[in-house]
Design a binder for this molecule. Structure first.
Ligand SMILES: [Zn+2]
Ligand SMILES: [Zn+2]
Ligand SMILES: [Zn+2]
Length: 462
């Protein structure tokens, strides 16, 4: 925490609380193992069994570890500006342990800072809904973790080849290849070799105005719609006779294509498990923007476990690059970024303590990759958040030649806005342009790029 990774410290502290809870429960195998380890910590030459492994000795050690783990969480939540979660955690914990008065200090700081944040947000003139969202969420800076192995940073040629092979079915008139598109790199990460070569989508033949360039169906998407009434894969409307699974009744699908995609990519770890709590935020008409993290983590983690690969090497995630070039912090929540993925992994039978493929830094990086490449249609009646693999390969321009079109689900189409010649790069606009001036476009594009947009239009306009 003190060296600048509060979002990771909080994950470790939460896991240590789970271990202590197991030790206090006495009954589980894990609990006995934790008690044994704690006893070993108390061992010294000549110590009696009772001094190391006796109930009283171990409980007194737990009496030191337990409050310090909670302190790490409280302090980290303040660092991460997740004040409502800090307040809730302190209140809940003090309800359980009334003599832990050291938490009062963190509770007071969190309340004061939340008030300051409210005053600052009031001045921004944003909508009430957005204000509530920003009050509720914490923030963290998107940056590469220095210990990340180089193999997780590159987009291997094999990955690009497999994407292009897939594209032959969904968009035979385009191809992914190196692009001249260059995001500028902010000074805090300059010199770190983390930015893979830019890739872009190129026309392989003449595309006429209005033509559909590709259809992009993704399993990595989620809609705000009530999950039980819509397709379990693409969130589109269910037909009168929806397609069911033979193994369990957790989802219905709009088509055999969606069902087969679910079975092939992510259903098996979820099969037969009750994971409804993941959608709790989405059950009633939302008064606030709900947290998309739990359902997205559910889908992404299930995909990695079913394929048996490291999350950062799953083709859906490996192809995405986080916004390392941005100095804009990304939203963060204890529930969405820590509790939910850990509970999902436990439900899937992953050992969260020993399986380092799913360490907190990996989960965090996964989320950043997804979020930076997600298309969110939050303004529509049925808001969706989705990372469409082909769409995420299309770079930005303030004079786009293509536009994305979403149906009612997470499937995205790409439509040509004008005639596009063979070899031309396809560009969409990441922001609604609506006659916006260069200065406003620059402001709206800031979260995507480290510096100003350098598209042909921005270069041309004064
Ligand atoms: Zn579907
Ligand atoms: Zn099943
Ligand atoms: Zn531009």
């Amino acid at each position: 925490m003190d060296i600048g990774y509060p979002e990771l410290a909080v994950g470790d502290a939460y896991k240590s609380i789970l271990l202590i809870d197991a030790a206090l429960g006495h009954s589980s195998n894990l609990g006995w193992q934790v008690r044994l380890q704690l006893g070993m910590k108390l061992w010294y030459p000549g110590a009696s069994d009772d001094q190391c492994f006796g109930q009283a000795s171990i409980n007194s050690l737990i009496g030191i570890i337990q409050p310090s783990a909670h302190t790490v969480i409280a302090k980290s939540l303040i660092y991460l500006q997740s004040y409502p979660e800090c307040i809730a955690m302190c209140q809940l914990t003090m309800g359980k342990f009334p003599d832990w008065t050291f938490l009062v200090e963190h509770l007071t700081i969190a309340r004061e800072r939340l008030e300051t944040k409210r005053i600052l947000l009031d001045r921004l003139g944003i909508t009430e809904k957005e204000k509530n969202q920003r009050m509720r969420l914490g923030i963290t800076l998107v940056r590469p973790y220095p210990w990340m192995p180089a193999r997780f940073l590159r987009r291997e040629q094999a990955l690009i080849d497999s994407l292009n092979e897939e594209l032959e079915t969904w968009g035979p008139k385009c191809k992914i290849q190196p692009s001249s598109f260059k995001p500028s790199i902010p000074s805090h990460i300059r010199g770190i070799n983390t930015i893979p070569e830019s890739m872009g989508m190129f026309a392989t033949g003449l595309i006429r105005k209005g033509e559909q360039v590709f259809v992009d169906t993704t399993p990595a998407g989620f809609s705000l719609r009530n999950v039980s009434l819509f397709c379990g894969n693409c969130c589109d409307n269910l037909p009168l006779a929806p397609v069911a699974l033979e193994c369990c009744a957790i989802s219905l699908f709009c088509s055999t294509k969606c069902r087969d995609l679910a079975l092939a990519q992510y259903h098996s770890p979820m099969c037969g498990r009750d994971l409804n709590w993941v959608y709790i935020d989405f059950q009633s008409p939302p008064t606030e923007i709900p947290d998309f993290r739990p359902p997205i983590f559910l889908r992404l983690l299930a995909m990695c476990i079913q394929r048996g690969v490291h999350p950062l090497q799953h083709p859906t995630i490996a192809r995405l690059v986080p916004a390392y070039t941005s100095i804009h912090p990304e939203g963060w929540s204890l529930h969405g970024n820590i509790y939910a993925p850990i509970m999902i992994l436990e439900a899937f039978g992953i050992n969260i303590y020993t399986d380092l493929r799913f360490d907190t830094w990996v989960l965090q990086t996964m989320w950043w990759r997804f979020k930076n490449n997600a298309s969110a249609e939050v303004t529509s009646e049925q808001p969706i958040i989705t990372s469409n693999p082909f769409l995420s390969c299309v770079n930005h321009s303030c004079e786009p030649n293509v536009a994305s079109r979403f149906g009612s689900g997470t499937t995205a189409g790409l439509e040509a806005l004008r005639e596009i010649r063979e070899g031309e790069e396809l560009f969409i606009s990441y922001i609604p342009l609506d006659g916006m001036q260069k200065v406003d476009r620059r402001k709206n594009l800031a979260p995507y790029f480290g510096g100003p947009c350098s598209c042909t239009r921005c270069e041309r306009e004064p």
